[in-house]
Write a protein that binds this ligand. Structure first.
Ligand SMILES: Nc1ncnc2c1ncn2[C@@H]1O[C@H](COP(=O)(O)OP(=O)(O)OP(=O)(O)O)[C@@H](O)[C@H]1O
Length: 585
């Protein structure tokens, strides 16, 4: 994420997305150009009314020719009608193409998340990632919506209006042109200065969302530990930083408009003085001077507009930068499915060495498991139990040695193929916002209601679902807080049963539940492990006693292996652990 993209590179990344909806985009932009032509013609036509009146007063003894005035008004009305229609139609086409482009970008970000290595998520704040999908895309969308048509319009206006001004008077046009570099200098100088300030503002926003996210997800703990003051303090710091960066960025860009207006007024003063002399000498008509003064605003407008849009352009640039650097990140390379696995017969760790960073956490890990066996992994916290299962799922790759299924290195399989073999029942149960039925089907989208009910019965959770008002259609809220922890784990067991995986990874809950629920959980776990190769991060005595293989881990090493009785007889590490933790159960 370190390399920053330049503006041109950002546009190069954006272009393929815009290109997909280019027909609508081009129609919209063509109409924008048409509007600018009309915009350039209107002051001259309006000026004709003044010139006509001037003529009638001076040469026809104030006898006004109303038919000529009505004729010009008619032309103005037609032009106005075309302008309004173009405005509506172009807004429709531009909005449609831009919104579709944003939808595509959001989809790319979503797809990207699925193809990133797990390490990326270890290093990223969730708020930062969420901000990429929502805030950054929204900022870019707003900027395109507001700026694309206006920037193109501004450039066209500049050329069309210049042409009209030259037609009226060369000297007056040159006076205006003298002021233009000053306006450009002021605008773009201030834009450049405020660019880093906008970056800082966006960064603060993302820190603030992370902070709010943390406050919300840790709400119970904050209350329980009476840390409201501390939480408020860290939120206040993020909030204050947001205010400061926001103020600096907005103040810097807010200076642009008043400064450029001042230069415009001075220019109008000079032109009006020179123009009046020309009218008096009869070189130009009064209506032409009137039109010319309108043109000064119109030609300064593009530059002033750009400066007014600068905050949107700069925020969009920052957003595009983050979005496209994210989208350009290296993805996990997946293999084609060259090797097939039907039945998993053996799983083997062969002299595995691994560490999350430079330092090794585990080395020389070797053991073998056969089909249908139950492996209990025990050891103190931080021993490396979860890491072992992370390696099995290839969330991380081993540094040395290999993990083999049926004698084939798991790196030979595609991620999809490998992970398809596994079912997960974790302590940290994950259920999403949706109905119980949808949550259970997650493991097997093809399952129908009868499969779901069957799995729920096996997992001892069917009766509980029935007691809920909506049954299988009951909604689980975003955090899953409307269901108890024990019931949630039963639901994840049912989900795993529906998937019917060959290998099961089960992380037993350490939190104690009431005796009846415990019995239900126990039975459900036995059911899900039945006839399946299972790796259990074990906390229950019964699981360990019934295991075919117990791996005793400490500091990333397997220090003992065997069955319960053998290990007890050894009177080693397992014996001590058993007496300290499990014998009371
Ligand atoms: N994603 C990670 N990045 C860096 N270090 C990690 C990561 N995950 C775990 N660790 C570290 O690796 C070591 C082993 O962690 P692991 O979670 O495998 O232990 P565990 O035996 O499962 O512990 P527990 O019983 O508490 O879950 C710990 O020191 C932990 O801090």
């Amino acid at each position: 994420m370190s390399k920053k993209l330049r503006f041109r590179e950002c546009l190069e990344h954006l272009y393929p997305y815009l290109k997909r909806h280019q027909l609508k985009l081009w129609i919209g932009l063509f109409l924008v150009v048409l509007m600018q032509v009309i915009y350039a013609i209107m002051p001259s036509v309006e000026g004709q009314i003044t010139s006509q009146l001037q003529y009638d007063i001076m040469y026809r003894d104030s006898h006004i020719q109303m038919d000529k005035i009505v004729h010009i008004l008619g032309i103005l009305l037609c032009i106005f009608f075309v302008k309004i229609t173009s405005q509506f139609v172009s807004a429709f086409f531009l909005t449609d193409s831009i919104q579709k482009t944003m939808e595509d970008i959001r989809q790319s970000v979503q797809a990207k998340i699925n193809h990133l290595p797990v390490q990326y998520f270890d290093q990223q704040e969730t708020g930062d990632l969420l901000s990429r999908i929502t805030n950054d895309v929204e900022t870019l969308s707003n900027a395109l919506q507001q700026t694309l048509s206006r920037v193109i319009g501004a450039v066209c206006t500049f050329f069309f209006v210049s042409f009209m001004m030259f037609r009226i008077n060369l000297t007056m046009t040159l006076i205006v042109y003298l002021a233009l570099p000053l306006i450009a200098l002021i605008s773009f100088g201030l834009i450049k200065r405020s660019q880093p300030l906008f970056d800082a503002q966006q960064q603060s926003l993302s820190i603030l969302s992370s902070s709010v996210n943390e406050l919300y997800s840790g709400f119970d703990e904050i209350m329980a530990y009476n840390q409201q003051e501390q939480a408020k303090k860290s939120f206040d710091i993020a909030n204050d930083e947001m205010r400061k960066t926001g103020f600096r960025a907005q103040f810097a860009s807010g200076l642009i408009s008043p400064s450029t207006s001042l230069v415009t007024y001075i220019t109008i003063g000079c032109v009006a003085w020179y123009g009046c002399l020309q009218v008096l000498s009869g070189t130009i008509l009064l209506g032409e001077l009137q039109a010319f003064i309108r043109y000064i605003w119109n030609i300064n407008d593009p530059i002033a507009q750009l400066s007014q849009l600068s905050s949107a352009v700069q925020s969009a640039f920052s957003a595009m930068n983050r979005l496209f650097t994210f989208l350009a990140m290296d993805e996990l390379e997946d293999k084609e499915e060259l090797v097939l696995i039907h039945e998993v017969d053996t799983i083997e760790f062969d002299h595995v060495r691994f560490g999350y960073g430079e330092e090794d956490l585990m080395s020389d890990i070797s053991f073998q498991v056969h089909r249908g066996e139950r492996v209990a992994i025990v050891g103190p916290t931080g021993a490396g139990k979860t890491t072992l299962t992370n390696l099995l799922l290839r969330f991380y790759d081993v540094k040395e040695g290999s993990i083999k299924i049926n004698g084939i290195d798991i790196r030979q399989f595609s991620y999809h193929q490998l992970r398809d073999l596994f079912g997960l029942v974790l302590q940290d149960t994950w259920l999403f916002e949706g109905s119980i039925f949808e949550n259970l089907k997650y493991g097997n989208p093809k399952a129908d209601m009868s499969d779901v009910v069957k799995a729920s019965k096996q997992a001892n959770v069917h009766h509980y679902i029935h007691t809920l008002k909506g049954g299988y259609e009951s909604m689980i809220n975003e955090s899953g807080s409307n269901i108890s922890q024990g019931e949630k784990q039963l639901l994840t067991i049912a989900r795993a049963l529906l998937k019917d995986p060959q290998i099961l990874i089960l992380d037993e809950a350490t939190s104690s539940v009431d005796t009846r629920l415990e019995a239900r959980l126990q039975a459900a776990m036995e059911e899900v492990m039945k006839k399946r190769t299972s790796f259990v991060i074990a906390h229950r005595l019964s699981t360990i006693v019934n295991a075919d293989l117990i791996l005793v881990m400490e500091h990333g090493k397997i220090i003992e292996t065997g069955r319960h009785e053998e290990l007890l007889a050894k009177k080693g590490a397992y014996y001590t652990l058993y007496n300290a933790q499990f014998s009371q159960q």
